[in-house]
Design a protein around this ligand. Sequence first.
Ligand code: HEC
Length: 142
Amino acid sequence: MSTTDSACLPSIMAVLTALVLFTGIFSGFTDSDETTSTTLPLDPNTIARGQSLAYDYGCIGCHYVGSRTAAAFNGLYNSERLLTNENIIIADEAYLRESILEPRAKVPDGYARGIHPSDYRVRLNDQQVDAIVAFIISLADQ
Ligand code: HEC
């Protein structure tokens, strides 16, 4: 009997260790999910730069709250977008970037294609696109 008991102990320890490890990994996951959902540095300076670029390059002229021309940037990040091809996707960072640079790649339902300028990939450099995307992300909860 006592041999069985002591034989059980290591396996109980193993289960406990596994549990602790699993919880650790799991909370690690949720943590990193929150902090690395974006690869961009969301510092106030980048966001402010993105905001002025969004004005300078005319984005706000179409993407303002209440606009019928295009979706507002407010609340856009990580929202569900129904596309004209009937797919539903999440407006993650990659989608925002693609939508700015390749507007024909994925067209949100309810908006006309061919209005969003198609020349931003030559007019904006990577850092400018990063800053604009950071600005849009900063408006996620608004
Ligand atoms: C002349 C109006 C106009 C301007 C200027 C414009 N856009 Fe757009 N944009 C649109 C329209 C219309 C769509 C939806 C149709 C499409 O995807 O082509 C769109 C789509 C988008 C999307 C995807 C939004 C969604 O509904 O899922 C993003 C992101 C975006 N634009 C960002 C920008 C940024 C950033 C700029 C400035 C650098 C900009 N746009 C300038 C009209 C415009």
